[in-house]
Design a protein around this ligand. Structure first.
Ligand code: SOE
Length: 389
């Protein structure tokens, strides 16, 4: 078959957990969705020549760079996909936008509000030149979450009163788990708060269509020091050196908040919910009904309509062809997984680039989340709302 769609070259920086799942999305998106453009996996950038070459071969990237600055300069790269720890997001994104490359940046947008503000300003300037940018808050693109947004927009919950969000993991409950980059403030910016708390902040704001206006918070680091990891990356620590290092981020963050319009909210982001693996849960209570979602059962959305009181919470299996994104995949009841949310993300990104529109979530949306993260850390540090018993 002759390929008529114009190709867009992608250059990706980083190849750990996020690099792997983004690669899966770039490999499959044009085979699933009918797109006006076709992504070409042009180059992968990483610091280690050998390991980056191995990753490029395994993940399907045509070329290798060991300096992201070279990747950004390549003529066969029109999109830069940033899958690195948060400490490099601002530098790479701002350089790529200045070079006229569209940018997809992993979450959280940055490690500080100042960096996020600079990124949002660069994105706004670039948009005026037709250069697009997006933050990879992938959970917006779970079909059930997108359907929840649709229900709220249609007014099926009435006035929103409560948002109850949790993101529960347990991958560092073992004190022997090494001091990987996600546990180091200079690389990650914060711990559970910025890593998984950012997701529930964005997902909640996306579903209710409003922003948080204030928070009151607690954070805790349960395990204060861990074995140093040699060459560790992402979630998988490797053989340690025997020495110990200080954990400089939170292990858990709990905060309450208020949304524009007055809805009350509670958020819990923890890596110490022993037994919970990737439980992003959100419940929305409104005057006319409620919604409840758990990512560990991601193809289901529970819906309660006050007018149908005796029906109780009904289980909606979100696998019908007219449900968001689902029609491109499998017949009803077959279900989707974590990786498919990234395929949806790249589909929407590519369609926006082709249409000349600004994709969501924007860097401005990422900055809104960054401001909440900073407010949570400020509130927890001040301890101002705490009354001893
Ligand atoms: C943390 O463990 C993590 O990998 C996050 O960084 C991802 O954003 C989330 O989707 C899965 O968990």
């Amino acid at each position: 078959m002759t390929e008529s769609r114009p190709a867009l070259g992608v250059g990706m920086v980083g190849y750990a957990f996020m690099g792997r799942v983004h690669s899966q999305a770039w490999r499959s998106v044009a085979s699933v969705f009918d797109l006006p453009v076709r992504p070409v996996m042009a180059a992968l950038s990483g610091r280690s020549p050998g390991r980056t070459a191995e990753a490029a071969d395994k993940l399907g990237w045509a070329a290798v760079e060991t300096d992201w600055k070279r990747l950004v300069e390549r003529d066969d790269v029109q999109i830069v996909d940033i899958c690195t720890p948060g400490d490099s997001h601002a530098e790479i994104a701002i350089a790529a936008l200045a070079a006229g490359k569209h940018v997809l940046c992993e979450k959280p947008l940055a490690n500080t509000v100042a960096e996020a503000e600079a990124m949002a300003a660069a994105a706004k300037e670039a948009a005026a030149r037709g250069v697009r940018s997006m933050v990879a808050f992938n959970y917006r693109r779970v079909p059930a979450v997108a359907l929840a947004r649709r229900f709220v927009e249609e007014g099926r919950l009435g006035e929103i009163r409560h948002v109850r969000a949790q993101y529960l993991q347990d991958w560092i409950v073992d004190p022997e788990f090494p001091l990987v980059w996600r546990l180091q403030k200079d690389k990650a910016g914060s711990g559970a708060l910025g890593d998984i708390g950012a997701h529930i902040i964005d997902t909640a704001q996306f579903i209710v269509g409003r922003s948080l206006t204030g928070v009151s918070a607690l954070t805790e680091t349960f395990v204060k020091e861990r074995p140093l990891a040699e060459g560790s990356s992402g979630l998988a620590g490797e053989g340690g050196t025997g020495e110990m290092g200080e954990v400089t981020v939170d292990d858990a963050a709990l905060f309450i908040g208020r949304f524009e319009g007055g809805a009350l909210a509670s958020f819990e982001a923890t890596r110490f919910a022993t037994g919970r693996k990737n439980a992003l849960r959100i419940e929305i209570n409104g005057s006319a009904g409620s919604l409840s979602f758990d990512f560990e059962a991601m193809n289901e959305l529970w819906f309660y309509e006050a007018a149908e009181r005796d029906a109780g919470f009904r289980r909606i299996l979100v696998t019908e062809p007219d449900h968001p994104y689902v029609g491109a995949w499998w017949p009803p009841g077959h279900g989707l997984g974590y990786e498919h949310t990234f395929v949806h993300e790249t589909k929407d990104f590519l369609e926006a680039i082709a249409a000349g529109t600004d994709p969501a979530p924007s860097f401005e949306d990422g900055l809104r989340v960054q401001r909440v993260l900073a407010a949570v850390e400020e509130s927890a540090a001040a301890g101002s709302s705490w009354t001893s018993v």
